[in-house]
Design a protein around this ligand. Structure first.
Ligand code: ATP
Ligand code: MG
Length: 431
C-alpha cells in the first residue's frame, strides 16, 4: 500500500514549527506494513494544496493530509477538497455536539465560524476528535471515475482509494490516527499488506563505519534484508528491516539476522528498541540492586541529570557532587590539594581521588567521577580542549580512563556522560 503524506502549514515551511508528523506517521504506517512513499509539505495557499493533492491522488493508494481543518481563515483544506472533488455536504450532529460541549465546558460563547467545522462531505467517515473541535475525515474514493471526471490524474489511472484528512495539532492527530485511522486502513487493505519486521539495535562505544564493517559481512547472505544506520551523538542505531508475505519466513530471517548482529557487536549493543542509555543503566542498577553516586566537574551535573530523568532512579541514585572549582573538589569531596597542585585538576590522580572520596563519603556501590576541559578556552598543549578523565570506583577498585572529545560544550557534556554511563553499564554486565 503506497501512502503519501501532505503536511499543510506555512508555519512549517517558515521554520516556526518543526514538522513532526512525517516521523510519527511514517513509523506507525511501517508498523502495519504500509509504505509512506512520499511526504510533501505545502503552505496554506489553495494553489499549493491543490497541486500537491492532484499529484498524490493520482499516484498513491492512500493520501493523508494534516492541518488546515480549523475554523480560521488560513484553514482551507476541508473546503478545498469539497470543492475539488465536488462533494455534497451536511452538518454532522455528533461533531457539532462535540464542538458545543467543548465550548460549554469552558463557559465560552460559541462563534458561528467554529460551527462550520461540523460541515462534512456526505461520503466521508467522520473521525471524531476527543482533544479538539475539528473532526478528521476519511473519504473513500472507490469510484476511480469520480476522480477522472474531476480531471484528477486524467493522464494516468488515478489510484487513490482513501483520502484521510487529519487536524494539525499532534495531541489531536495522534489519538485519532491510532484509534480510528489505523484500524480502518488495516481492515480496508486486509490481505494486501506485507509483513514487516523492523528491529532497531542501539550501539554505544563504536563508530558508524566500524559497526558497518563488522555487521555487513555476516549479513551478506540474508536475502531481502535492508540494513540502515543512524549515527547520533555518542551512539549509532542499526536498523534491520525485512519485508515479505509470510510471517514465519520473515521472522526466521529476522531472527537469523539478529543473532548474527548480536554475535559480532555483542556488548556494544546496549538495547534493542527505543531506549536511552540512562534508562538501560538505571534498569541494570535496579536489577543488580546496586546504587551509584556522581562527582562531576566539567559536566556540571549533566550526568546526574540524565540519571535522574529516569523514573525509578531514586532507588539507585544516592547523591551527586558538582565540584566545578578546585576549592570545591578539596572542600566538598576531600580531594588532597597537593594532587591538584602537582597534576592539575584535569588529571588521572584527581579523577581517581574524586571517584574514591565520593564512594567513601556516600557508602554507595559505585562512584562515577568526571574532570575535563570542555573548551573552547582553557586547553594547553599537554591537555588540549576536549581532554577528559572519567573515573569509576567500586568495592573492587578504581579505574580511570582518558578520552578526548573536542566538541561544542553541549555535545561534549553529552558524549562524556554517555561514556561514563557506558563504563558503568559494562561493569554491571560483568556482575
Ligand atoms: P486548529 O483547529 O488547531 O487550527 P488545524 O487542523 O487547522 O487545527 P493547523 O492550524 O494547520 O491545524 O495547525 C495547528 C497547529 O498544529 C500548528 O500551529 C502546529 O503547532 C501544529 N502542527 C501542524 N502541523 C504540524 C506538523 N506537521 N508537525 C508538528 N506540528 C504541527
Ligand atoms: Mg488551524
Amino acid at each position: 500500500m503506497r501512502v503519501e503524506l501532505i503536511t499543510i502549514g506555512t508555519e512549517l515551511l517558515m521554520g516556526f514549527v518543526l514538522n513532526t508528523h512525517a516521523a510519527y506517521l511514517g513509523k506507525k504506517l511501517t508498523g502495519i506494513g504500509a509504505s509512506l512513499v512520499r511526504q510533501v509539505c505545502v503552505n496554506d495557499t489553495g494553489d499549493e494544496i491543490r497541486t500537491a493533492l492532484e499529484s498524490a491522488l493520482a499516484e498513491a493508494d492512500v493520501v493523508i493530509t494534516t492541518g488546515g481543518l480549523g475554523p480560521t481563515s488560513d484553514d482551507i483544506t476541508r473546503d478545498l477538497v469539497i470543492q475539488m472533488l465536488q462533494l455534497k455536504t451536511h452538518k454532522d450532529l455528533k461533531a457539532l455536539e462535540n464542538i458545543e460541549a467543548r465550548f460549554r465546558r469552558r463557559s465560552l460563547e460559541l462563534p458561528e465560524i467554529v460551527k462550520s467545522q461540523a460541515i462534512v462531505p456526505d461520503a466521508a467517515r467522520v473521525l471524531y476528535n476527543e482533544h479538539g473541535t475539528a473532526p478528521g475525515l476519511a473519504i473513500p474514493l472507490s469510484s476511480v471515475a469520480v476522480l477522472v471526471d474531476r480531471g484528477i490524474g486524467s493522464s494516468k489511472t488515478p489510484r487513490c482509494k482513501w483520502l484521510i484528512m487529519l487536524p494539525g495539532p499532534p495531541r489531536e492527530l495522534k489519538p485519532m490516527f491510532e484509534e480510528q485511522v489505523l484500524p480502518l486502513l488495516e481492515k480496508e487493505f486486509q490481505g494486501n499488506l506485507p509483513v514487516i519486521d523492523c528491529r532497531v539495535f542501539k550501539v554505544v562505544g563504536m563508530g558508524e563505519s566500524s559497526v558497518a564493517d563488522r555487521i555487513e559481512p555476516v549479513l551478506k547472505g540474508i536475502e531481502g534484508l535492508e540494513i540502515g544506520y543512524c549515527a547520533r551523538i555518542g551512539e549509532v542505531d542499526v536498523r534491520l528491516v525485512l519485508i515479505g508475505k509470510e510471517q514465519s519466513l520473515v521472522q526466521a530471517k529476522a531472527d537469523d539476522a539478529e543473532e548474527k548482529v548480536r554475535r559480532v557487536l555483542d556488548q556494544f549493543i546496549y538495547a534493542k528498541g527505543d531506549f536511552s542509555l540512562e534508562e538501560v543503566v538505571v534498569n541494570l542498577l535496579c536489577e543488580k540492586q546496586k546504587c551509584v553516586v556522581t562527582a562531576e566537574s566539567c559536566t556540571g551535573g549533566y550526568l546526574a541529570n540524565r540519571i535522574t530523568m529516569i523514573s525509578g532512579s531514586s532507588k539507585v541514585f544516592k547523591e551527586g557532587w558538582v565540584t566545578y572549582s578546585n576549592e570545591a573538589k578539596v572542600k566538598m569531596l576531600g580531594v588532597p590539594g597537593h594532587l591538584i597542585i602537582e597534576h592539575g585538576a584535569v588529571s588521572e590522580p584527581v579523577a581517581k581521588s574524586m571517584a574514591e572520596t565520593a564512594l567513601e563519603k556516600s557508602g554507595a556501590d559505585y562512584a562515577l567521577a568526571i574532570t575535563g576541559i570542555a573548551g573552547p578556552t582553557g586547553g594547553t598543549e599537554e591537555k588540549p580542549v576536549g581532554t577528559v578523565f572519567i573515573g569509576l570506583a567500586s568495592r573492587k577498585g578504581t579505574t580511570v580512563e582518558k578520552f578526548r572529545y573536542p566538541m561544542d560544550r553541549e555535545t561534549f557534556k553529552f558524549v562524556t556522560s554517555q561514556t561514563a554511563l557506558n563504563l558503568l553499564r559494562k561493569d554491571l554486565l560483568s556482575l
